[in-house]
Write a protein that binds this ligand. Structure first.
Ligand code: GRF
Length: 198
């Protein structure tokens, strides 16, 4: 069976990346290899996590590539060299250029810290998602893994799991509860996709 090649795009701490690394290493994601990590930020700890596991890692930042087209070409050059079967946006805070979405349509997934289609879109990222959920008085939140299309957080949903919003929650306590679910469903979704290709 061909090894399932996974490229991961990150921006920050990389806790979601770490869960994928662990799941590949312990076999929960079978027959797979993380072939590369691309970060939108030079000092993302996610890059360090990749290096600790001898995964090729590179930063493609808007400082180095001010022009979106140059940044897109740099990302495409790296991805094309990795020949990924799946591209995972794991805490990736830049918008993927349309040309990348076009070229890898159906093979890009994203983890979003809310129950899409609610609380998704351009302004809903990081802590802002949880602020909005609390401000709306929601009784539950959760995380969603979905395919990436030209929109922001609009692609077909693959997996979703709920968590309660508890009395006394603030954005940080809710963010932590949702992050735990992200760490559960992202590896599960990747394992499902890997199994479905046989
Ligand atoms: C997570 O909440 C993820 O949903 C969001 O970025 C946050 C940080 O993720 N997209 P990570 O720890 O860098 O994986």
């Amino acid at each position: 069976m061909e090894t399932f090649r996974i490229s991961v795009l990150v921006s920050g701490n990389g806790s979601n990346l770490q869960c994928i690394i662990d799941a590949v290493e312990d076999g929960r994601i079978a027959n797979s290899k993380i072939v590369g990590v691309i970060s939108s930020s030079e000092n993302a700890y996610a890059l360090e996590r990749a290096r600790q596991h001898e995964i090729p890692a590179a930063a493609v930042t808007k400082y180095e590539y001010a022009d979106m087209r140059d940044r897109m070409d740099a990302i495409l050059k790296i991805l094309d060299g990795e020949h990924p079967d799946l591209i995972v946006l794991a805490g990736y805070l830049s918008i993927l250029p349309a040309k990348v979405v076009e070229k890898y349509r159906g093979r890009i997934i994203n983890i979003h810290p809310a129950l899409l289609p609610k609380f998704g879109g351009k302004d809903f990222y990081g802590i802002h998602v949880h602020e909005a959920v609390l401000a709306a008085g929601e009784k539950e939140s959760g995380a969603t893994v979905h395919y990436v299309d030209e929109g922001v957080d609009t692609g077909k949903i693959i997996l979703q799991e709920k968590v309660p919003v508890l009395p006394g929650d603030d954005p940080q306590t809710l963010r932590e509860r949702v992050l735990e679910i992200e760490h559960k469903i992202l590896p599960e979704a990747i394992a499902m996709i890997e199994k479905a290709r046989h």
